[in-house]
Design a protein around this ligand. Sequence first.
Ligand SMILES: N[C@@H](CCC(=O)N[C@@H](CS)C(=O)NCC(=O)O)C(=O)O
Length: 225
Amino acid sequence: MITLHGFPASNYYNIVKHALLYKDVPFEEHLIFTGNDQLLAVSPVGKVPAITTEDGVTLSESSVICDFLEEAYPDTPLYPESATKRAMVRQIMKIAELYFELPSRRLIPYVFSGVDAPDAIKKEVRQVIKRGIPALNRLCQFSPWIAGETFTMADIYMHYVNVVVINCASTQLDWDILAEIPGMKQWNETMSQSDIAQKIEADRRANMPEFKTHIKALVQAAQSK
Ligand SMILES: N[C@@H](CCC(=O)N[C@@H](CS)C(=O)NCC(=O)O)C(=O)O
């Protein structure tokens, strides 16, 4: 059975968890937070998520794990058959990560510490997201799914990117970012209503207090050095 390493408050972790649940691949969750040296045994840079495959191989990087799951468990596909359409799905995922996820992520420490981010950082984050908006407007179909008629990995990926956009970038920048992409909010709402997304959201909320305690301990340890 696959082991999924990480913690349910992580949106990257939840991308992989959603794909596993959607594909109905048996897995067990191993709760481990970042900053734990044991994570290095399964993830070369000590980031979450990582998996241990049924063959005992460890893999990290959410998009790599998603590709692996598709190839190893093709029965419930999450990518189209045509190479071109597969690339289009991956294009949405890549743009979402580079122009929405990564800039929004820079604001996570400020959200957790309840401090307003410095203007210089806000400016940089805003500039990157501004490039992502027209790109996603061009690429996202919402007909009804993000890449067209078929539900794909890009639906899963974008939904969990949006968690960070909504909770970090929109709050810190006082900017309703999803509203800039017509169809995005309604699609995101539909995504959040699936049984899988609801289970993942319940697990995320349940894990939050422990995760916050962990972050506080990390900050205190760093300050006392
Ligand atoms: N590119 C990685 C990013 C994963 C990532 O940043 N995970 C966060 C948790 S949501 C993490 O492990 N952060 C710890 C760190 O940056 O050291 C992926 O796609 O899996």
